[in-house]
Design a protein around this ligand. Sequence first.
Ligand SMILES: C=CC1=C(C)c2cc3[nH]c(cc4nc(cc5[nH]c(cc1n2)c(C)c5CCC(=O)O)C(CCC(=O)O)=C4C)c(C)c3C=C
Ligand SMILES: [Fe+2]
Length: 387
Amino acid sequence: MGRVGVLLLNLGGPEQIEDVRPFLYNLFSDPEIIRLPFSWMQKPLAWLISSLRHKKSQANYMEIGGGSPLRGITEEQAIALHKSLQDKGQDVQVYIGMRYWHPFTEEAIARIKRDGVEQLVILPLYPQFSISTSGSSFRLLEQIWTDNPSLAPQEHTVIPSWYQRPGYLQAMAQLIARELDGFENPDQVHIFFSAHGVPVSYVEEAGDPYQHEIEECTRLIVQTLNRPNRHTLAYQSRVGPVEWLKPYTEDAITELAAEGINDLLVVPISFVSEHIETLQEIDMEYREIAEEAGIENFHRVPALNTHPVFIEDLANLVVEAIDAPPLTLDQVMRPQKNFKMYPQERWEWGMTTAAEVWNGRLAMLGFMGLLIELISGHGPLHFIGLL
Ligand SMILES: C=CC1=C(C)c2cc3[nH]c(cc4nc(cc5[nH]c(cc1n2)c(C)c5CCC(=O)O)C(CCC(=O)O)=C4C)c(C)c3C=C
Ligand SMILES: [Fe+2]
């Protein structure tokens, strides 16, 4: 085999405050983030939500210095992974493809083509798989290569998730143990795993394995840590009015405080880099909730970033993937392609749930049109290019 490359997939984040609105627009334009019955609704709705939300998001990003540290950290991870692969005698180029901000996945694919990479390992920097994260990036890759087959490498292999890797688990356990030992009574500390949430419908209707993988990951970290501490798993960062995975982080913290827990150690587990949801949401918002509820010692485990044990394990994972039979995007995404997410896709005639859903959706459409016109001065027809 000729040249080998690794494509690290990640979310991306606004680098400066002016990037927040277009970043949010990109995020909400993704049908894996907001699932709508008609694709033409996606862009107007993304525009509406990013317009309504950007001030609040900007205020949060201002609290962490005016932008996301994600690009810088991902670049450091790429450099460290490249070095670790070199130390193992592997001449492998590492690329970064972000989903919603620079360097975009499209740019990475163009560079991979330019460099003549023939075998590509696709490695999401999310330990657990979700339709909304790794799944969304996989779908984008499929689309890029379907639209322009000449951009596809001769061979690719996908690593859908890797939360059960020994080096990842050991690195997490090391970080947790170090923080625990900083408390006066380490065994008394309640360990609080906080994962990014997803809407319940992703798991229950679309078959997202995310919740299962998060629960399994928590169990494996606790087992690797091998300490007597009690622990809780909860879900943070929900957006919008629908039901998300429970318990919600803020509720679980308040309940633990009511039980008399004084020492809390928060462990972010769905992401391997510091980002807005660790630096602002956990360190500021949840800390305030905890302290107001009576928790005296609120600490957080730092994100892995370039932890050497973690990076070395990623390098081993890449080497194993290069040698193993390829797992293609098509194989990974096939189960989702046949799945009918919405009741209206599973249409039956009569006074059925599907009919009710359609009535509701049509009413919602009318309401959205009114709202768009009220805010922008333009009607929905303007946005779909008919006026
Ligand atoms: C595994 C991690 C993540 C999952 C699952 C996930 C799902 C998900 N996210 C949103 C909406 C937003 N996410 C935002 C930022 C953001 N999300 C993740 C990770 C996951 N998201 C990260 C690492 C970041 C931060 C990037 C950074 O700038 O540091 C945002 C923007 C921030 C804000 O305005 O609050 C939104 C919005 C949904 C709807 C969703 C599942 C459907
Ligand atoms: Fe998110």
